[in-house]
Design a protein around this ligand. Structure first.
Ligand code: NAD
Ligand code: G6P
Ligand code: MN
Ligand code: MN
Length: 436
């Protein structure tokens, strides 16, 4: 029977994870779910932990739920470890977003200066978790959701040496649904091939007859007459530039907006900044409301309001990947994994986010090869170089490496702006950056 440990258990997303396990109860012989958090998140852990217990009881299951602040003890004999923690909680995210915007620079939790700082805070923690896992559960799978999920996954595999790491994101799920809707076809009748890195991947789409349908979807979604549609709750639904996307011959992901229509996204973010409504500030309010609901001793199922979070439906990915490993299901999924030559334009040991199947032995990616469009290839290589540099800075605390990462990041103007911004953010986050 299975022991599943979730680090960052106090997250407001936890009820969705529990719901996902309950839905797969016949595939998952669970004996214990352990929710781990830290002193700062103790209250959240208790509230959401009691909620989890009610959900499991209402489903008529006898799974044991343990709430703890003792991570090392919690990891003993775990089969699966899922990670959904946020170092510094949402207050740190407010800084990630607002400090760059105060300089007229895009700040976002996984993109630009904000995403790089989230990596600086998070990577040392994931490596500590892996040190504990080596002693306590050497055969466990690590299912990482913690953002920036691509960089955290790369750090876990390449620097932590934890080969059994799978990085997950809900963005591809949304694009697959959206693409099928655009063609007015059932998802099952289409093949979606994703490739790139986390929050910076593209996809192509084929039907069962083997005909490529990518340009048709581009036409439906992005032609100048069609109405702008959003992909996630957390990303402003601005429309991509039709001719540019057509030239890619691939569909971009929602986060490509920060790069392909940077000015539009920056203007919008600056408006939010002025109103005191950057995403982190909005989400703090959503989280407050969610925890009010979770405190209700009658509530024993995931509330509808959780769909206001950008990560809604992520449990589908997390629980399905566990069920698929456990039962060798060969479910087709999109996973952040070690490249190993899947994308020939990127290093072998880099994390890439690609389509493939999840087997009992782990994730088996479909080959992608080289990007045909040199503009896409070039940007991807710059982004990966940036990620590798961020990871290096996060591990060593090297100031030059951090400045290098800021310099190469397309969303941060290089030079004095990069340096000033870096210095300010290092100071603002110093309590969570012992390595610098
Ligand atoms: P949150 O602010 O609620 O944080 C979750 C919990 O992590 C908190 O209870 C906090 O106390 C705890 N925590 C902080 N530092 C910790 C540590 N060192 N060890 C253990 N626990 C710690 O965050 P959230 O908004 O629920 O998001 C959780 C994480 O999941 C974030 O990193 C977020 O970016 C990520 N996320 C990713 C996806 C995806 O697509 N990959 C989707 C949703 C959320
Ligand atoms: C998307 C991304 C996640 C991200 C989330 C933010 O779903 O895939 O990686 O964490 O949005 O949502 P939030 O509600 O926190 O802004
Ligand atoms: Mn994501
Ligand atoms: Mn730059």
């Amino acid at each position: 029977s299975l022991k599943i440990v979730t680090i960052g258990g106090g997250s407001s997303y936890t009820p969705e994870l529990i719901e996902g396990y309950i839905l797969r109860k016949d595939q998952l012989p669970i004996r214990e779910i352990v929710l781990v958090d830290i002193e700062e998140g103790k209250e959240k852990l208790e509230t959401v932990g009691e909620m989890a217990k009610r959900q499991i009881k209402a489903a008529g299951l006898d799974w044991k739920v343990t709430l703890t602040l003792d991570r090392f003890e919690a990891l003993k004999d775990a089969d699966y470890v899922t990670t959904q923690f946020r170092v510094g909680l949402l207050d740190a995210r407010v800084k990630d977003e607002r400090i760059p915007l105060s300089h007229g620079v895009l700040g976002q939790e996984t993109n630009g200066a904000g995403g790089m700082f989230k990596a600086f805070r998070t990577i040392p923690v994931i490596l500590d978790i892996i040190d504990d896992m080596r002693e306590q559960c050497p055969d466990a799978w690590l299912v990482n959701f913690t953002n920036p999920a691509g960089m955290v996954t790369e750090a876990a595999i390449k620097h932590g040496g934890w080969e059994r790491t799978l990085g997950l994101c809900n963005v591809p799920i949304g694009h697959t649904k959206g693409g099928a809707e655009a063609l007015n076809m059932p998802e099952e009748d289409l093949f979606f091939h994703y490739a790139g890195i986390n929050h910076f991947h593209w996809h192509r789409v084929w039907d069962k007859e083997g005909n490529e349908r990518t340009q048709e979807i581009i036409d439906v979604l992005y032609n100048p007459e069609s109405e702008a549609r959003g992909d996630m709750e957390n990303i402003h639904a601005a429309k991509f530039l039709y001719e540019q996307v057509k030239d890619l011959e691939m569909l971009p992901c929602g986060y490509h907006r920060y790069y392909y229509i940077e000015d539009v996204m920056l203007d919008h973010s600056i408006e939010e900044f002025k109103e005191g409504k950057t995403r982190a500030q909005v989400v703090k309010e959503t989280e407050r409301r969610l925890f009010e609901l979770y405190k209700d001793p009658e509530l024993d199922h995931k509330p509808e309001e959780l769909t206001q979070r950008g990560g809604t439906h992520y449990s589908d990915a997390a629980c399905e990947i566990i069920a698929s490993i456990q039962n060798d299901k060969h479910t087709e999924m999109v996973v952040s994994t070690k490249n190993n030559g899947t994308i020939t334009d990127l290093p072998y040991d880099a994390a890439v986010e690609v389509s493939g199947v999840v087997t009992g032995k782990g994730f088996v990616p479909y080959n992608w090869g080289a990007f045909e469009n040199p503009a896409a290839r070039g940007m991807l290589q710059v982004m990966k170089g940036m990620e590798e540099t961020v990871i290096r800075a996060a591990i060593t605390g090297d100031y030059g490496a951090a400045l290098q990462a800021f310099t190469v990041n397309p969303l941060v103007p290089a030079g004095q702006t990069a340096k000033t911004l870096l210095d300010q953010m290092l100071y603002a986050h110093k309590d969570y950056l012992p390595q610098f």
